[in-house]
Design a protein around this ligand. Sequence first.
Ligand code: CTP
Ligand code: CA
Length: 224
Amino acid sequence: ENDILDKLPLRGKKVLITAGPTYEAIDPVRFIGNHSSGKMGFEIAKASANLGAEVFLITGPTHQKAVHNLINIIPVTSANDMYDAAHMHFDDVDVAILSAAVADFKPKEVAKQKIKKKEPTLTLELEKTKDILASLGEIKKQQYLVGFALETNNELENAKGKLKKKNLNLIVLNSLKDKGAGFKSDTNKVTFIDDNNEINRFELKSKTEVANDLLNKILKEINA
Ligand code: CTP
Ligand code: CA
C-alpha cells in the first residue's frame, strides 16, 4: 500500500461544490450578474482535492483556475444550468458545499433579439430562480450539506433560519459588515453554525485559510 495516499483523509470521497456568480440572460447580448469572483469556491475545491477527494466543481463564469487531476470543472452560466448540473451529481457525493452567488431573480422572458433603446424607460419583469441548495436539502440522504449565508444585518438569526429551512448540516455565515470580507476580496470573516447549534467564529482570514478551516470542520463531522 501507498503510505502517502493512505494519509489523504478524503480519499475515495466525492465532493460537489458550486462557485461563482450566475448570469441570467436579458437578451442575446445582455445579462444580470453579480460581482462574485468564484475565489471561495475554487479554494474549497483545491482544499478538498488536496485531502484526496474527487471534486465536481460546478462554476458560473469566473477567471479562477484549478488545475488538479481530482478536480472536474463543470462550467455553467445560469442558475437553471447550475441547478441541473448540481442535481446530476448530487446522488453520488458524500459532501456538497454550495458557495455560489446564485441570482435570486431572472428575467421572466428572454428577448429573442437585442433590445432596442427606443423608449426612455425599460421595465424588466423578473421571476425567482429555483433555490438549488434548498432543493438538495429536500432530497438529501447520506450527503453532508453545506450552505453559505451572505448577511448584512441580523446575521446569526438569518443564518440559523437558512440552516433550518434548507435542511443543512452546516452553514457558513459570511459577514459583509467587516472591511475586507466578501465578494471581491481575498479574505473572508466567517462563522460556522452546524445542525447541533455549535458555533465557531473566525477572524478575518485569507479565503485559502477559510477553505482549510471548513474542510477541517467537515472532516471532523463526517469523521472520514
Ligand atoms: N442558493 C442556491 N440557489 C439559489 C439561491 C441561493 O443554491 N437560487 C444558495 C447559495 O449558494 C448559498 C445559500 O443558498 O449557499 C444562501 O444564499 P443567500 O443568498 O445567502 O440566501 P437566499 O436563500 O438566497 O436568501 P436571501 O438572498 O433572500 O437572503
Ligand atoms: Ca440570495
